[in-house]
Design a protein around this ligand. Sequence first.
Ligand code: IMP
Ligand code: MG
Length: 184
Amino acid sequence: MKKIKLHDKEFKLLVESAAIDLAITGLAQRLNSDLKDEQPLFLSVLNGSFMFTSDLLKQINIPGTEVSFIKIASYSGTCSSGTVRELIGFNKNIEGRTIVILEDMIDSGRSMAYLLDLLQARKPKKIYVTAMFYKPQALKCKIPVDYYALSLKNDFVVGRGLDYDDLGRNLPDLYILDNGEEKA
Ligand code: IMP
Ligand code: MG
């Protein structure tokens, strides 16, 4: 079993890179078909979505596709703080546009709820919420999750853009916190 150590914590392999790639390819195919006439603007939420955005967008072939990056933050350590900070420097006119938000992970949904409010105020035609990973059991805010690549249980994970106190984002596989016991 592949294991890694980040700061003080041990993590073990949860999902191999190839399985994540496959799920992202499936997601790209769905988006290519569903949004083919929409000239979508993909809005990648930094930092965690950088790898997802790159992996996904290489497989998007919709005419008029655009990509922009936005930044918010709501997390420190392994437990969601429940507070969401400000949206950093996003001045693009999105009125009438079809927006596809790209998130690394939807956990409580608080950051997404905040982001949706901010973006809706700018009168886009439609916003699709798209996540690489989604923890349905962790959801605390009522938000639409239109597309996701993989759903996960309510556990803390790292890799593939997701970090534990800034470490682990570069890992191609996804790892789960290893507390020494096997879960059923
Ligand atoms: P939410 O607002 O609780 O949905 O949190 C969303 C953000 O928290 C994600 O975009 C991630 O950056 C981060 N996050 C949520 N779950 C995890 C995790 O298991 N590992 C690392 N970061 C996470
Ligand atoms: Mg994030």
